[in-house]
Design a protein. Structure first.
Length: 139
């Protein structure tokens, strides 16, 4: 008996789209995103043990200099000074072997440029220890 190797139906284009591989890719990406999203969120939150301060603790008056920035100018230990006197005092403090801690206070209406100028002068004379004095919001 002889075999027939010809097709009984003529060739026609297959109009069905095989999406099995596409579905597998979609599930693989979904799993990757589900695993990586919690890891990304965890990286953004860094747990830190922050130091605390005692509100009643005050610095030694001899180791601290009060600087006040107002809209009219500057004050050092409640004495009004001009720019020349301010620079000479900061230079004198900077030349000390153990310079004092500068306690900087500013009025709410004083210009920001005056504060920045004071910080620049302190950098120039190597006065790196300073506190910016604020008050709690509930007062």
């Amino acid at each position: 008996m002889a075999r027939s190797f010809h097709r009984k139906k003529p060739l026609q284009p297959n109009s069905e789209l095989n999406v099995t591989a596409l579905i597998d890719l979609g599930f693989a990406l979904l799993i990757i995103f589900m695993i990586s999203t919690p890891l990304i969120e965890k990286e953004q939150m860094l747990e830190m043990d922050l130091p605390t301060s005692d509100q009643n603790q005050s610095s030694d008056p001899q180791d601290s200099v009060d600087l006040l920035v107002t809209s009219e100018g500057y004050q050092i230990d409640n004495n009004k000074v001009g720019m020349v006197e301010l620079e000479s005092e900061l230079k004198r403090y900077g030349e000390m072997s153990d310079p004092p801690v500068m306690a900087i206070r500013t009025n709410g209406d004083s210009p920001m440029q005056s504060f920045v100028t004071l910080i620049d002068l302190m950098k120039r004379y190597r006065l790196q220890k300073f506190n910016i004095v604020t008050r709690p919001e509930d007062e």
